[in-house]
Design a protein around this ligand. Structure first.
Ligand SMILES: Nc1ncnc2c1ncn2[C@@H]1O[C@H](COP(=O)(O)OP(=O)(O)OP(=O)(O)O)[C@@H](O)[C@H]1O
Ligand SMILES: [Mg+2]
Length: 400
């Protein structure tokens, strides 16, 4: 304890340190009431939240003042160096420490507890006045620093706030552009699907009327050739019959293609009859056992909606026939409050829906996309539930 405070210590760093208003003699007197302590780098002088009655004056080295020390949210409030005082509030009240103080390096501190502090003030009026002057200067300094710091933080906050506002605005713009382009895409695909339907009707009509008629005429011509040639012995009847069969085959194919393009049953008898015919053809074509439990829903929907529904189930059935390897398929249509529930379930091999969505080639496999698009056009909810090895269930709920 042979450390002596000199005026040099008092003048160090901060002109408003605790000794700034004290004479050399007063400092020496003050020192007699204090104890000297040494802390090493990283050592804690006191913890936030602890209760103490001691104030400290830094003689040598520096300390860090931490908030929430030892927690992930810790923040360094300040660094104090020689001549500065900390923990002084503890000599005035019994409140818990408001921060943790940690030695930055080897620090020498003078500590004075509450009783000794009161004693030095009581016994030395002039020291008391000088200390009060120094302390009020220190408090003013810290308040100024705090206010300055607060202003700087406010400025920073304002800048961050503005940046955030700009980012939010940019994001909002991008979002509305995305919604806009999604909406445009939706309108475009709905137009495309409608145009496709019109084109199918035209093709179907042309195939049925023009090509169908031409083929019927061709058959008639071939027949008349037979009649004329009956007189000629060399006429090959077998080749002739073969030719007629061949033309009949072509006529049947043209009819089928025309019917697939636009089944007249849909226009003539409506969705329910067309749907039944679709399931029967499906069962025949793929030799799959079917169970049908459907009600008549034609009165509930416009012709456009019926066409969309028909196309959806045409695609669903084609998928089952092409991919599912199913043994049995169940079809059901039920009415519930203000919606119709269509369910198609197969017991085939199932598939991973996310794999089909992540396909690299967007042109291949547009069936499911078109089904979703058509469901959107109907404001319907579509749930595709597929389990590998167990089968696929498709539920379409259409409001009416
Ligand atoms: N019922 C089903 N059972 C098993 N797999 C299915 C079934 N439905 C669809 N899939 C799988 O989902 C994939 C995507 O179907 P999607 O209808 O979109 O395309 P696609 O049938 O391959 O081609 P496209 O319909 O364009 O001719 C199919 O390739 C198939 O692997
Ligand atoms: Mg498909």
């Amino acid at each position: 304890m042979d450390f002596t405070i000199t005026c040099e210590h008092a003048k160090m760093e901060d002109k408003k340190n605790i000794f700034s208003s004290l004479s050399e003699h007063q400092i020496e007197t003050f020192q007699k009431y204090c104890t000297e302590e040494t802390y090493h780098a990283g050592e804690v002088v006191f913890y936030e939240g602890s209760v103490g009655d001691t104030a400290y004056i830094i003689l040598m080295g520096g300390v860090e003042i931490w908030k929430d020390y030892d927690t992930p949210e810790q923040g360094l409030l300040a660094v104090f160096n020689s001549g500065q005082m900390f923990g002084e509030i503890a000599v005035l009240d019994d409140q818990a420490r408001s921060a943790t103080v940690v030695a930055r390096e080897v620090v020498k501190l003078l500590s004075i507890n509450r009783d000794d502090f009161y004693r030095v003030i009581k016994e030395n009026n002039t020291i008391s006045m000088s200390i009060m002057k120094s302390m009020s200067g220190m408090v003013r300094d810290r308040t100024d620093n705090f206010a300055e710091d607060l202003k700087a933080r406010n400025r920073q906050l304002e800048i961050s706030h503005r940046q955030l506002e700009l980012e939010i605005e940019e994001r909002k713009n991008a979002e509305s552009a995305l919604i806009d382009s999604k909406e445009k895409l939706r309108i475009l695909s709905s137009h495309l699907l409608k145009a496709q339907e019109v084109e199918r009707i035209r093709l179907s009509k042309e195939l049925h009327d023009d090509l169908g008629q031409s083929l019927a005429l061709l058959k008639h011509l071939v027949r008349s050739i037979e009649k004329k040639s009956n007189l000629e012995q060399s006429f090959n009847h077998e080749a002739h019959d073969h030719c007629i069969d061949y033309v009949d085959g072509i006529i049947e194919n043209v009819r089928r293609i025309s019917r697939d393009l636009r089944p007249s049953i849909l226009e003539d008898l409506g969705f329910s009859a067309a749907f039944r015919s679709l399931t029967e053809n499906f069962s025949r074509q793929y030799s799959i056992q079917i169970s049908v439990n459907i009600i008549d829903v034609d009165d509930l929907f416009s012709m456009d909606t019926q066409t969309n529904l028909y196309r959806i189930f045409q695609d669903v059935m084609t998928n089952i026939g092409k991919h599912a390897q199913a043994g049995c398929v169940t079809f059901s249509i039920e009415k519930e409050d203000d919606k119709c529930i269509f369910v198609i379930e197969d017991d085939g091999k199932g598939f991973e829906l996310k794999d089909t969505r992540n396909r690299k080639n967007p042109v291949k496999g547009i069936g499911l996309n078109t089904i979703e698009e058509r469901a959107n056009m109907l404001d319907a909810s579509l749930v595709i539930d597929s389990i590998t090895g167990k089968g696929t269930k498709i539920v379409l709920e259409v409001p009416y």
